[in-house]
Design a protein around this ligand. Sequence first.
Ligand code: SMG
Ligand code: MG
Length: 370
Amino acid sequence: MKLEGIELRRVAMPLVSPFRTSFGTQTAKDILLVRAVTDEAEGWGECVTLPDPVYSAEYTEGAVDMLRRNILPALAEVDLAGAHMVGELLAPFKGHRMAKAAVEMAVLDAELRAEGRSFARELGAVRTQVPCGVSVGIMDEIPRLLDAVDGYLAEGYVRIKLKIEPGWDIDVVRAVRERFGDDVGLQVDANTAYTLRDARHLAQLDAFDLLLIEQPLEEEDILGHAELARMLRTPICLDESITSAQTAAQALTLGATSVINIKPGRVGGYLEARRIHDLAAAHGVPVWCGGMVESGLGRAANIALAALPGFVLPGDVSASDRFYRTDLTEPWVMRDGHLDVPQGPGLGVAPVPEILDELTTWTEWIPMGH
Ligand code: SMG
Ligand code: MG
């Protein structure tokens, strides 16, 4: 396989409704796509950065700069035999895992399409369908949230995740339990909004039999999470803190997390995501697939990943219409609370050309010949 060039492309995708988390409100996505063109096939990668460094240190303009300045020049220098080489080639550059992950995904897609193999097969999927969870944003008032949850349950989502922050937590969870009962799979995500001083407050969540509480404390506070874990019955699940298989191993050893949210972008790609899955499986620790409001491209790869055996909890893997009226690809449609794992070569889906053209705001072609 010979990499001929990489196209960077940004697409503007309006959200069906504002999505509010403890770090801000999103009303549209400005998605950075990476298209890898090889002599045999082309492949798509999706960068999951946000415009500002509010979820993690990365941000979209920074990713574009990194790709131009370091990542793509490093790949242009070698004969790239496949996606397995990308991580090692980029290891000299610290961090920037979302930018690295996007390129690795594009190269992997091109490679798999050329060979006629799917992401699911390559990663080790054991299921043909995955159950769908949905992440529900912070709202102005509880009745509106209850309506939203009601709608998602009616659509068939098998698990609800509530975004929380100080002032929007215990009462909200109580209201959801009172209205929808104890059988609904329910979990919460704080996106680092609390400190250890909130431990007794957060312990009130123990009354509601939640599947887990996601990332209550700061990204770097592994020991704080370990201490909090000893004070709560609700399992702690790290998201932001887990940036690699190495940090995952440390967090598990220290007792900071008993469940892991795996997001390929956050950890540098689907291959590192699989390593974390394998590590967690060896520890008997459940994992689930997180989401970053991906288009149909990133969603396809996430569905394939979520079909691995250790993904025993429903992920933030929802249908296209959870966020988008028009997706870049054919829409992902949920049936009976599940999505079908794509089986075609590579991602098994590609952007619809007319939709892609219409939503594109910028492109840049970077030749790779050497
Ligand atoms: O893609 O369904 C999705 C979003 C899931 O809540 C979600 N993601 O911290 O887990 C998380 C958040 C980060 C999203 S901000 C883009
Ligand atoms: Mg999270």
